[in-house]
Design a protein around this ligand. Structure first.
Ligand code: F6R
Length: 614
C-alpha cells in the first residue's frame, strides 16, 4: 500500500529517495513527500499526486546525505498536500513517515490537543511525530531510538515507521509492527524501505525487521533490537543480512507497456523456476523441502484447508480441487478474511495452507496467527521471501514467481496452482496414488511451461475476442468443478482491471436463478475442458444460446461448429492440471478488455498491491 524509503550515506539523498519512491508507486498511492536535513533544518516537500509531481516540486539546490520519503494511500484524511507524509512535530525537529493504521489515533490526537499541541493534518501519523518530540521534552539526553520506543508504548495499531531527527542528523530509526520494513546494507551507506523494490538497485544485502523490532541505522552500521527491550543494544549488528534474489531489471518495464502484460508473458519462465528441482521422476512425486513433514506425518493429514484473499483464495480453491482429486483428502478453501473473524474450529489433523503473493496481506497474516495460537499446523505458500506470512508460518513453499508489480496477480497465481499440484502429488503418493498416475502428473507439470508459451503465442486472437465483447456492461463467467474456481478468478481479473461487472457462477446453478439475466447483452465466458463433464458443459452453452446469450467458450475440446460465438483455444494437457492452463487466456482476455477501454491497467482505481490494512 503506502511506500517508505530512507537513505543515509554519501550520495545526494534526494535522487535516491525519489527513485525509491518511483519504484514503490505500483503499490498504490495518492500523494508523496520527502524530508531531508539541509543547513541544520528539516526540509519537507510534499504533494498530492504522483512522484513526478513531487520531483517537480523539490528545490534542486537542496543537497543532503540523509532523508526519508513516502508514497501515501489515504486512510485517515483525504489525499492532499497537508495529509501527505512526512509529518513533523511543532518545532520541526522530528519527521516521520508511516505505513499502517494507528487505531487509537483519535485518543492520541485529543490528548495532544489538550496539552496545547496544534495538529495541522487529519492523519493518524502526525500524532507520532508529536509523541516522539514529547519524549525529548521529558528527557533531553534520550537516544532517538529510546524516544521512538517510549512514544510507541502509547500507540495501538500497525506501523512500519521511519523517523528522522534534526538533533541526530546521522541516523534513522525504524520500527515495525504489522507493516514491512527492510534495511538495505551498502558500503558506507544504508537504505530503508517498505519493499526491496526500492533498494535492490543499490544493494542485495538486506535485513528484514520482524514485528515488534526497532533498528537504528547510520551510514556505516546498524543494529536491531526488540521494541520492548529495556536495555538498548549498542553498536554492532544484531541481525545478519540475507541476500535478495531479485534484480533491478525485475522492477523495470523493458519492452512492455505495462507490468501486467510483462508478468503474463513471464509465466512460462516463472513456472519453470517453481518446478525446478521439485519433481522427482524416480518416485513419481514432488520434493517440497520447505514443508518439513515426513511420510508418516503427511499420511496423518485428514483434511487440507487453503486460506487466502482475493485471487489467492481462488487459487486456494483450485488447490482444494487438486488435493481432493489427486490425494483423495477432503479439502476446501476459505477467504482468510472470513476465517479470522468467525472463531474457527481448529483441527489438529488438518493441514492449513496460507496462500499469499505478497506475504503481507493482513487478513491472511491474522488467520495464520489465529491458527498458530490454536495449535493448527500451517504452512505458507508465499512469493515474497522475508515477508511476514512466510516468517510467521515458519515453513512452507516459496512460489519463485519473481517480483510481481502489477496490482492484478498473474504469474504468482500460476505458480500457486503449480505448487498446489505438487502438494497434491506429494500427499497422493504417500497414500493411494499409483506410480503410473504420479508419473503422468509429473510429466504433465513438466509440459506446462511449453503449453503456456503456446497460449501466449495466440495472444492476438484472444485480444480480438476481448475487443469484440469489450462494450458489454456485464459478463458471466461459468464453470463447473475444475472450471469453477477458474471462472471465479476470470471474473475477478476482468472486474478489477476493466471495471466491467463480471459475475462467476457454477454451470449447474444457472437454472436455479441466474438464467433470468441471460439476454443478448449478457455475454458468458464458459470454461469447457475436454473432460468427463464435456457434454454437461455443451448443454449449458445450448441453454444460454437458446435464450439469446452470446457465448465465449474457453476450451481444449473439439466443440461442434457454431456452438459458441467465439472460441478461445487452450492446449490439451493432463485434465487435473487444466485450471492452470485455462486461467492464462482469461488473464489476457481481461487485459485486452481493459486496454480497449483505456484503463490504467497496472493501477486499477481504488486498489493497491498488498493489502496491509483491515
Ligand atoms: C487480484 C489480486 C488480489 C490479491 C489479494 C491477495 O488480482 O491481486 O485479489 O490476490 O489481495 O494478495 P496476496 O496474494 O498478496 O496475499
Amino acid at each position: 500500500m503506502c511506500g517508505i524509503v530512507g537513505y543515509v550515506g554519501r550520495r545526494d539523498a534526494i535522487p535516491v529517495l525519489l527513485e525509491g519512491l518511483r519504484s514503490l508507486e505500483y503499490r498504490g498511492y495518492d500523494s508523496a513527500g520527502l524530508a531531508v536535513i539541509y543547513r541544520n533544518r528539516l526540509q519537507v516537500t510534499k504533494t498530492a499526486g504522483r512522484v513526478q509531481d513531487l520531483r517537480a516540486k523539490v528545490n534542486d539546490r537542496i543537497k543532503a546525505n540523509i532523508g526519508i520519503g513516502h508514497t501515501r494511500w489515504a486512510t485517515h484524511g483525504e489525499p492532499n498536500d497537508i495529509n501527505a507524509h512526512p509529518h513533523t512535530d511543532t518545532a520541526a525537529r522530528i519527521a516521520v513517515v508511516h505505513n499502517g493504521i494507528i487505531e487509537n489515533a483519535e485518543q492520541l490526537r485529543a490528548g495532544l490537543a489538550k496539552r496545547g499541541v496544534t495538529l495541522v493534518s487529519d492523519t493518524d501519523t502526525e500524532a507520532l511525530a508529536h509523541l516522539i518530540a514529547a519524549e525529548f521534552a521529558h528527557d533531553e539526553q534520550a537516544s532517538l531510538e529510546d524516544a521512538v520506543r517510549r512514544a510507541l508504548r502509547h500507540v495501538e495499531g500497525t506501523y512500519g515507521l521511519l523517523v528522522l531527527d534534526l538533533q541526530h542528523p546521522g541516523e534513522l530509526v525504524v520500527a515495525r509492527n504489522g507493516s514491512p520494513i527492510v534495511l538495505g546494507i551498502g558500503q558506507s551507506e544504508m537504505f530503508v524501505a517498505s519493499d526491496v523494490a526500492a533498494l535492490v538497485r543499490y544493494t542485495k544485502q538486506v535485513v528484514y525487521l520482524d514485528d515488534a523490532e526497532v533498528a537504528t541505522v547510520h551510514a556505516t552500521d546498524y543494529h536491531t533490537a526488540g521494541l520492548d527491550d529495556s536495555v538498548r543494544h549498542t553498536g554492532g549488528s544484531s541481525k545478519e543480512p540475507t541476500t535478495v534474489e531479485a534484480e533491478a531489471g525485475d522492477y523495470e518495464l523493458g519492452a512492455y507497456e505495462d507490468f501486467m502484460r510483462k508478468e503474463i508473458h513471464e509465466q512460462p519462465e516463472a513456472l519453470r523456476r517453481a518446478l525446478r528441482g521439485r519433481l522427482d521422476d524416480r518416485f513419481a512425486t514432488a520434493k517440497l523441502g520447505g514443508i518439513d513433514l515426513d511420510a508418516r506425518q503427511l499420511r496423518g493429514i485428514r483434511q487440507v484447508k487453503f486460506l487466502g484473499c482475493g485471487s489467492a483464495y481462488y487459487a486456494g480453491q483450485m488447490g482444494a480441487v487438486l488435493v481432493e482429486e489427486l490425494a483423495r483428502i477432503p479439502s476446501d478453501a476459505e477467504p482468510a478474511s472470513e476465517f479470522r473473524y468467525r472463531n474457527p474450529v481448529v483441527d489438529p489433523d488438518t493441514l492449513y495452507v496460507a496462500v499469499s503473493q505478497s506475504g503481507e496481506t493482513l487478513d491472511t497474516l491474522m488467520a495464520v496467527q489465529e491458527l498458530r495460537r490454536k495449535g493448527g499446523q500451517v504452512i505458507g505458500t508465499v512469493n515474497v521471501v522475508g515477508s511476514a506470512i512466510g516468517r510467521e508460518c515458519g515453513h512452507g513453499v516459496f512460489l519463485h514467481a519473481g517480483p510481481e508489480i502489477a496490482v492484478a496477480s498473474t504469474k504468482a497465481l500460476t505458480n500457486m496452482e503449480a505448487t498446489f499440484a505438487m502438494l497434491a502429488l506429494l500427499l497422493g503418493r504417500v497414500r493411494d496414488m499409483s506410480t503410473a498416475t504420479g508419473q503422468r502428473i509429473v510429466a504433465g507439470l513438466r509440459a506446462m511451461p511449453d503449453h503456456l508459451e503456446a497460449i501466449l503465442a495466440a495472444e492476438e486472437q484472444i485480444a480480438e475476442t476481448a475487443r469484440r465483447f469489450a462494450g458489454a456492461d456485464h459478463m458471466f463467467f461459468i464453470g463447473r468443478v475444475r472450471g469453477w474456481p477458474v471462472a471465479r478468478e476470470g471474473a475477478q481479473k476482468l472486474k478489477e482491471i476493466s471495471y466491467v461487472h463480471a459475475e462467476a457462477y457454477q454451470a449447474s446453478e444457472l437454472k436455479h436463478g441466474p438464467l433470468a439475466l441471460i439476454n443478448q447483452s449478457m455475454p458468458s465466458v464458459i470454461i469447457v475442458p475436454a473432460d468427463e463433464l464435456l457434454t454437461k458443459n455443451i448443454s449449458t452453452i445450448e441453454q444460454i444460446k437458446a435464450r439469446g446469450g452470446p457465448v465465449i467458450a474457453v476450451t481444449n475440446a473439439d466443440l461442434p461448429a457454431d456452438l459458441a460465438d467465439a472460441v478461445i483455444t487452450v492446449p490439451r494437457g493432463e485434465p487435473e492440471l487444466d485450471p492452470l492452463l485455462f486461467n492464462v487466456p482469461l488473464q489476457l482476455f481481461a487485459y485486452h478488455t481493459a486496454a480497449k477501454l483505456g484503463r490504467d491497467i497496472d493501477k486499477p482505481r481504488n486498489l493497491a498491491k498488498s493489502v496491509t490494512v483491515e
